[in-house]
Write a protein of this length. Structure first.
Length: 131
């Protein structure tokens, strides 16, 4: 996906987000936020499997330009309410995605500590299978 691809997708308004670190210290507040639901983007991906339960073995490795990584399972996205709260940020602080310094951002908005799964400068999402 590219930034241009995101321009064609449905966005939703997201409440202001307080990004905290693991100690609960406020690092940043995002305002005027709009985003695209991760689940909507991934629903366009065709997963190849023989038995439906093989989806339990799928996970996604998100990697930022600075090397920061997070892992999210297929079940977490498609089989829990958490999957309804994970977004690619397309607009914030009055700026569109193409004008953001951090470029593609990702956040799980209902995590206890938003900073743990807040990615700036998302570079790749790899689809992996647990062995």
């Amino acid at each position: 996906l590219s930034i241009a691809d995101f321009d064609t997708m449905k966005t939703v308004v997201i409440e202001d987000l307080k990004i905290t670190n693991q100690q609960g210290e406020l690092k940043r507040t995002l305002t005027q936020v709009r985003g695209i639901l991760l689940k909507d983007v991934l629903s366009k991906v065709e997963f190849i499997y023989d038995k439906h339960k093989e989806l339990n073995e799928i996970y996604f490795l998100f990697t930022a330009a600075d090397g920061y990584k997070i892992v999210i399972s297929w079940n977490e996205i498609f089989n829990t309410d958490a999957g309804n709260q994970m977004y690619f940020i397309t607009e914030m602080d009055g700026k569109k995605l193409k004008d953001l310094d951090d470029k593609i951002l990702f956040v799980a908005t209902k995590d206890n500590s938003l900073g743990r799964r807040f990615i700036k400068g998302l570079k790749t999402i790899s689809v992996k299978k647990a062995l």
